[in-house]
Write a protein that binds this ligand. Structure first.
Ligand SMILES: Cc1cc2nc3c(=O)[nH]c(=O)nc-3n(C[C@H](O)[C@H](O)[C@H](O)COP(=O)(O)O)c2cc1C
Length: 214
């Protein structure tokens, strides 16, 4: 796989071929890559909701802003990322148990050190509801980057979506009652052959403007 070629050719799909569906096995693989996304202190403060049927996409459509409607309706799947209202002690406890189960914490000392260091970093951001939300969202966007590149590697086209009404989306998916808030969605599927955005050249700052040797 040529990573540079992937970065150059992946693009934000504006028009999908509604007749094409991502095979289940491929979608499974992509979601597994998503699950493996890194996050600060392994906090993994996300939950993902996947709409892969017409009914599921219909459900979320009222929360999609007009200009993005077709990018949801005609995509094969839509993944919604949500983060928690708070990362409380109970969550951190469960996370430590998961790491123990996965074999990450072979001794009591390592376990204690991991709990303490994670609590330290989480508490740095638990100073207000908006800061802990923003910190979790930053982790969520790392997962978005992983998802977009992984999709391209699997030959799947994608659209990151912030053009949504997230309050409405939370209501439709009943997220607030679960202590969750949606932060973005990503449509996945296969481009319509007439999608002109596929052939428009990319525009990015030149390297010397943004990458500096120190
Ligand atoms: C966080 C995020 C949110 C975005 N939201 C939308 C969106 O709601 N609708 C859309 O058509 N494109 C959206 N985009 C696509 C960007 O406009 C696009 O990534 C950027 O112009 C670069 O183009 P490229 O992805 O084709 O390389 C979003 C991109 C990101 C990363």
């Amino acid at each position: 796989m040529d990573i540079l070629e992937l970065a150059r050719t992946r693009y934000t799909t504006k028009h999908y071929d509604a007749s094409r569906r991502i095979p289940d096995a491929l979608m499974d693989e992509l979601l597994e890559v998503l699950r493996l996304s890194p996050s600060s202190v392994n906090s993994q403060p996300w939950e993902f909701f996947v709409a892969g049927t017409d009914e599921a996409k219909e459900r979320i459509l009222p929360a999609v802003l007009d200009f993005n409607r077709d990018r949801v309706a005609k995509a094969s799947h839509v993944v919604i990322c949500a983060v928690h209202d708070d990362l409380n002690e109970r969550y951190l406890d469960e996370l430590l148990k998961q790491e123990e189960k996965d074999g990450r914490l072979p001794t009591e000392d390592i376990k204690k050190a991991q709990a303490a260091s994670r609590a330290h970093f989480v508490n740095l951001h638990r100073v207000s509801a908006s800061e802990i939300h923003a910190w979790q969202a930053r982790q969520g966007y790392i997962a978005q980057g992983v998802l977009l590149l992984a999709a391209a590697a699997l030959g799947i086209d994608s659209t990151p979506l912030e053009g949504m009404d997230f309050n409405k989306l939370d209501a439709v998916l009943n997220l607030r009652t679960k202590g969750l808030r949606s932060i973005y969605a990503v449509s996945l599927g296969y481009r319509d052959p007439t999608d002109s955005n596929a052939s428009r050249p990319k525009s990015r700052w030149p390297r010397e403007r943004i990458i500096h040797t120190i």
